[in-house]
Design a protein around this ligand. Sequence first.
Ligand code: NAD
Length: 264
Amino acid sequence: MLNRPLSGKAALVTGSTSGIGLGIAHALAAQGADILFNGFGDAALIEQLQQQTASVHGVNTAYHGADMSKPEEIEAMMKEATAHFGGVDILVNNAGIQHVANIEDFPTDRWDAIIAINLSSAFHTTRLALPYMQQKNWGRIINIASVHGLVASAGKSAYVAAKHGLIGLTKVTALENAHTGITCNAICPGWVLTPLVQKQVDARAAQDNIPLEQAKKALLMEKQPSGEFVTPEDLGAMAVFLCSPAANQVRGAAWNMDGGWAAQ
Ligand code: NAD
């Protein structure tokens, strides 16, 4: 398994115990990258996840449970990354949460949590990862934004604000490092059927008193012209491309993979 394109690189994927982050972690490991997992979940299952990834892909894995809303825990995780792997070559800022309510009803603690986890955490990991990448003159920073970084939906004020902000941070990071081997880009998925979206499917089914399958279709058809979910595997392949030499000059892009959502 030697000589794979990402052999010898260490990737930190935040929020990689589930959904899109897990898909991206697997895709990077399949190309030879060592993986530092992060995210919440059952300790035994996370241990299993690490071990399986290590044995299937022949890479080193580690885990840090930093709460991405807490800068001091992010600092501890970045220190552990240095101790374990020397530093982070590939940083995927993926951890995220959602809350849906109109602005006048939006709980202020949910606003603060969404801004902290979906936006500020990427600032903290990026500022702490850059010195090592600059020293090596190579790095990849991939911010998992959303089609909601490009367009809005009612009821998602904090999420839309955070994701638009994340695309802004992506552009600044790309520009500040444009003369180096470090690139920074955002990926903007449309609907992906993960636990984050399943909650919205469940809420739609309850609200309209319809079966889950019908709620899924209703959500998709409202926004996503393909009528099909994007998958974590599709997004993993995009992340692998952004890590490849072919993407050396892809800098500051916000690349939607959204079944046509933003084309409307
Ligand atoms: P998910 O709920 O399946 O996974 C979220 C991950 O983030 C989990 O590993 C969870 O443990 C972790 N996490 C949550 N809060 C955390 C915290 N405070 N500290 C550390 N980890 C934390 O969700 P997902 O759909 O895979 O979402 C991943 C990213 O993709 C998010 O940023 C989300 O906004 C974005 N996204 C999702 C969709 C979609 O349709 N699912 C679409 C566009 C963008």
